[in-house]
Design a protein around this ligand. Structure first.
Ligand SMILES: [Zn+2]
Ligand SMILES: [Zn+2]
Length: 141
């Protein structure tokens, strides 16, 4: 069991499955939402995720034309959960919210055309200049 939480602790997210699908995104929206050079999200099967506490939501239109919903703590503003129609049945969790140095490294890095040049990715991470190509019938390759 891994547990993520927001900055103030009002929202916590417990995960009962192994975390494998960790993504880094260098897009300008992720830079702005995090205040950091890139966003890092773990995508987990929704039935393995238990959220405690209230969240607020905001949906933007992603480059794909689809909605991308961020959920955040209404008290401290930490952006902790994500939902994307591209990834049905899974919930995104802000990787940093686990505050775990042993958290699994990213398997995929997207929107590298906006990557700060000093940001290095671990060996084995699949790298894409823009969003990941849509692979029908394969949610989590
Ligand atoms: Zn909070
Ligand atoms: Zn992004």
């Amino acid at each position: 069991m891994s547990t993520a939480q927001c900055h103030c602790g009002a929202v916590s997210v417990a995960v009962s499955a192994p975390i494998t699908d960790v993504n880094v995104c260098h897009c300008q929206a992720c830079q702005r939402r995090t205040g950091a050079p890139f966003g890092m999200i773990a995508w987990v099967a929704a039935d393995a995720v238990t959220v405690t506490g209230m969240t607020s939501a905001w949906t933007r239109t992603a480059a794909s034309g689809r909605g991308f919903t961020s959920r955040f703590c209404p008290i401290c503003g930490s952006n902790i959960l994500f939902e994307a129609p591209l990834k049905p049945g899974v919930i995104g969790i802000a990787a940093g919210a686990f505050a775990d140095p042993d958290f699994p490294p990213p398997v995929r890095s997207v929107w590298e055309e906006h990557r700060h040049p000093w940001v290095m990715l671990p060996d084995g991470a699949a790298q894409f200049p823009q969003g990941r190509p849509v692979l029908p019938h394969k949610v989590n390759p």
